[in-house]
Design a protein. Structure first.
Length: 124
């Protein structure tokens, strides 16, 4: 019986993805090397791209803000509790390919953005 894990990447796929990320300047998932977003999607929210927050359980996260992350999908229902950004609800954001928790999708009535955990991403 052979088990296949979506999070494992064979060496040839990994080398190809590494090459793509350097040539095309894409930001990829550190777990599976799926294309998550692009450096051009980095945005400033509350006067900064980079933010450090702790959740109610005391876990500290360093996130970067992005206008779009096509490789990240919602992984939970929307919540208004403990939002790090006033006026925004949030959903957990996960990798489209391996379902690794990548951060959060923040939404207000007129806007949305992705707050992605920097250590879960590989930058070009």
């Amino acid at each position: 019986m052979t088990l296949v894990c979506k999070q494992s990447v064979d060496l040839s796929t990994q080398e190809k993805t590494d090459t793509l990320s350097k040539e095309d300047e894409i930001i990829i998932c550190a777990s599976c090397h799926n294309h998550i977003t692009d450096p051009t999607r980095q945005i400033i929210v509350n006067n900064s791209f980079h933010h450090t927050f702790a959740n109610p359980h005391g876990y500290v996260f360093e996130i970067g803000c992005f206008s779009n992350a096509r490789g990240c999908r919602p992984g939970s229902l929307s919540s208004n509790e403990f939002s790090w950004f006033i006026g925004y609800s949030w959903k957990i954001g996960v990798c489209n390919y391996c379902s690794t928790h990548l951060g959060w999708i923040f939404s207000s009535e007129s806007n949305h953005f992705f707050g992605l955990i920097l250590e879960k991403l590989i930058f070009p």
